[in-house]
Design a protein around this ligand. Structure first.
Ligand SMILES: [Zn+2]
Length: 444
């Protein structure tokens, strides 16, 4: 896609990107002379050399001469980190829709498609397509969950290994095994999948919604992780039921087992509709357990508060998202992410970090001020993934940047910004997403 600015072939030698407008929260060691406006935006110039940011200085502090590009106050962000996706499910929509938009309909449809179609070639083609979308939009790191219910685990994980190698240097890919918590009642399977996570460099995961009596299963899963030095990542309370308490159960289990490392938990929708005193206690537990929360606003808006399958159409009454502001105020790191794309759990989406941010701002009121919320799709998820060079702009860091025509949040959030430029290691990449026709032979 043609970007709004025609980047010359940036030479390896020093070059300056002048007059950039940057969310100050995304800069490490903001220059003391930089001015930051009421919206938290700084005017800066970036000195690029050998694919890295050699220095960051206040706009107008000396980069006017010599080779460079005048960005005319365009916004510059670091590349995105998308910490909760399902690229093994992505893009099956043309052959397997969600019949009614409900979560039960989604789970049943996805399972049917998995059983019928998910051979290695199919999974590879769709994962590759998803990563190409994300890359074109300016994403540098992705964590995806991988359906691992037998026999799918033996099919998908070797593909994961290949595709991670194929995308190395463009997208840092992390992978989590996805399995309902009751799947671990089969301790043989639990041990097998945990050993596979060691073999394939994966993260141990489980889905917990409203199931009772999960303490023993959680202790087993956490024990598997401790014994093997694995990280953990859970799907939690993706529902609108005030009785859902898996969030608390997970925090208590991590404390009980002295896990000692941060743990990422996704969704946590029910926190938004539980009694306030319960929520306060849950947040205390989460802080003690070192939980990090990722909210999936687009998917939550789609699946939550749907009528039961077969019931008449009904307008949703709540937004489905968790309590992002309250979690953040309690000191719990909060990220936002894509979740599903063009599959029965979310019919839309394209792994565009800016779309996630824009939709989250609108859905969860991440405004007045927007402040440091840009960290939720950049620095915070990159920290969750342990990637210290991604999701921020810093001297010595890679020149991996997304450059928007927009000069302000108003201009940024009102348009899709598909004419953005993306620099990777200081060079402009092709920002045209792949053509859906490439999947015609795969998903029809
Ligand atoms: Zn998910």
């Amino acid at each position: 896609m043609t970007s709004f600015i025609d980047f010359p072939d940036i030479p390896d030698g020093p070059v300056v990107l002048r007059n950039a407008t940057v969310p100050a929260c995304l800069i490490d060691n903001l220059p003391a002379t930089a001015t930051v406006d009421a919206d938290g935006l700084a005017s800066l110039e970036f000195w690029i050399e050998n694919g890295r940011i050699a220095a960051i200085s206040a706009a107008g502090s000396g980069g006017e001469t010599g080779p460079g590009v005048d960005l005319r106050n365009s916004m510059v962000w670091p590349c995105f980190a998308d910490v909760h996706t399902h690229i093994d499910k992505g893009h099956i929509w043309p052959r397997q829709r969600n019949p009614d938009g409900t979560r039960p309909g989604a789970l049943k449809s996805a399972e049917q498609d998995r059983n019928a179609n998910w051979n290695a070639e199919d999974v590879h083609a769709r994962m590759n397509f998803s990563l190409a979308c994300a890359y074109a939009h300016g994403t540098a790191a992705i964590r995806t969950h991988i359906d691992s219910t037998p026999p799918q685990h033996k099919i998908s994980w070797p593909v994961v290994s290949d595709i991670r190698d194929e995308w190395a240097g463009r997208i840092a890919l992390q992978t989590v095994c996805l399995e309902p918590i009751w799947g671990y009642a089969d301790t043989g399977f639990g041990t097998e999948i945990a050993d596979m996570m060691v073999e394939y460099g994966g993260i141990l995961g489980a889905v917990l919604n409203i199931q009772d009596d999960t303490d023993d299963l959680l202790d087993f899963v956490i024990g598997l992780a401790i014994d093997r030095g694995l990280d953990l990542d859970f799907h939690v309370d993706e529902m609108g039921d005030p009785a859902a308490r898996s969030f608390d159960s997970i925090a208590e289990a991590l404390i009980r087992n002295d896990f000692g490392k941060p743990v990422n938990v996704g969704h946590c929708c029910s926190l938004a509709i539980r009694p306030p005193d319960e929520v306060a206690h849950a947040l205390d537990l989460a802080a003690e357990a070192d939980l990090r929360v990722v909210s999936l606003p687009m998917c939550n808006m789609y699946l939550q508060d749907r009528p039961q399958p077969g019931a008449p159409a009904r307008t949703p009454r709540w937004r489905g998202v968790t309590i992002l502001h309250e979690l953040k105020a309690r000191g719990i790191p909060v990220a936002i992410a894509s979740d599903n794309t063009r599959d029965p759990l979310y019919a839309y989406g394209d792994l565009d970090g800016l779309e996630v941010f824009t939709q989250a701002v609108r859905t969860a009121h991440l405004d007045y001020p927007i402040g440091d919320w840009p960290e939720a799709i950049t620095r915070t998820p990159a920290d969750t993934m342990g990637l210290a060079d991604i999701g921020r702009l810093k001297s010595g860091g890679p020149a991996d940047m997304v450059i928007f025509r927009a000069r302000s949040y108003s201009e940024l959030l009102c348009r899709p910004q598909h004419d953005r430029a993306v620099l990777r290691a200081g060079r402009a990449i092709d920002t045209m997403p792949p053509d859906y026709r490439e999947l015609d032979t795969v998903v029809g």
